[in-house]
Design a binder for this molecule. Structure first.
Ligand code: NAP
Length: 298
């Protein structure tokens, strides 16, 4: 049987980063504005450290100004909110991202509420979520924005009338993903941990987005032949090579049983190399958008 097309998120993200870098250069040359992104990390979660380092490096590679604030795990909520307030007021900074999860003694919702909606480049504030749901210009969450680009490319344009199923209903991923698919005229179902007959629901879908965090949960017999399958989930396991595993190296596994689903799907993202690289590329694009809006250019 023919295999589904592999959606190359790495290549797509590299193109997007190159376009952002071109626009950043033009913004600097024509308006003297350098977009600035500040990332705040509290604690020493190893995966978050890698994400934050990558964000900093890619921000600079795109010609933007980058600041990383590494705060100790004991940082109090008030101390963190004071850092956010300072960044909200800093004219060099157009995007502020607090890397989640934060330690348990800090309330994530309070941190989100403290972000200036104009600098909320991960689109988490109530203002940006409301704007997205209302069809108004918003800074939209990066991962679903990246998924949407991959879906449009895989389908080759119009999504009108397609049936889409999003598995997962988080504010970061599932809900904004569903809003974006709805705005593109899909018929959208959001499934979650209490959904009944998940395989039956998913089998209806022309587009499946899995954003759960349960390794290889979505099986081949859940998939309508030819469907576009976007795998957002990430689960970490020790590396297969025992020496690498002993050195603490991990491997990433998505929510989709890739090998068997690829036999049925029309197109599918791998993990890694699918959605992941799009997230940072969209973060850079959002920072550019925020810089233009805050400077009164767009
Ligand atoms: P989350 O907040 O933990 O949400 C997970 C969602 O999955 C919840 O809505 C939950 O339902 C649902 N769920 C859990 N078990 C389920 C089951 N058995 N059947 C159906 N639904 C189930 O996670 P998130 O932040 O949305 O992230 C989801 C995954 O994407 C994670 O693995 C995360 O690491 C990954 N991720 C990747 C990127 C990237 O750049 N590639 C970015 C963001 C997130 P309830 O609401 O009912 O509990």
């Amino acid at each position: 049987m023919a295999q589904g097309k592999l959606i190359d998120g790495k290549a797509f993200a590299a193109d997007l980063r190159a376009k952002v870098a071109e626009e950043v250069a033009a913004l600097k040359a024509q308006h003297g504005v350098t977009p600035g992104l500040a990332v705040v990390l509290v604690g020493e979660d190893p995966a978050s450290q890698v994400y934050v380092r990558n964000k900093g490096e890619q921000t600079e590679a795109a010609g933007m100004y980058s600041e990383t604030h590494r705060l100790p795990a004991e940082t109090t909520q008030d101390e963190l909110l004071a850092v956010v307030a300072k960044l909200n007021a800093d004219p060099k900074i157009h995007g502020v991202l607090v890397q989640f999860p934060v330690p348990a003694h800090i309330n994530q919702m309070d941190v989100v509420a403290a972000l200036s909606p104009d600098k909320d480049v991960d689109g988490l504030t109530v203002t940006n979520a409301g704007r997205l749901a209302s069809g108004l210009p918003a800074l939209a969450p990066c991962t679903p924005t990246g998924c949407m680009m991959l879906i449009k490319d895989a389908i080759g344009g119009d999504l009108k009338g397609k049936t889409a199923v999003v598995i997962g209903r988080s504010n970061l991923m599932g809900k904004p993903m569903a809003q974006m698919l709805l705005a593109a005229d899909c018929t959208v179902t959001i499934a979650h941990s209490r959904s009944q007959d998940l395989p039956g629901i998913v089998r209806q879908a022309d587009i499946v987005v899995a954003a759960v965090g349960r390794a290889e949960m979505v099986k081949a017999d859940w998939i309508k032949p030819g469907a576009v399958v976007i795998d957002v989930g990430i689960s970490r396991f020790p590396a297969r090579d025992p020496e690498a595993a002993a050195a603490g190296k991990t491997r990433l596994v998505g929510d989709v049983a890739f090998d068997e689903v690829r036999e049925i799907a029309g197109a599918i993202t791998p993990v890694p190399g699918g959605v992941g690289p799009m997230t940072i590329a969209c973060l850079l694009a959002n920072t550019l958008t925020a810089a233009k809006r805050l400077s009164g250019i767009a």
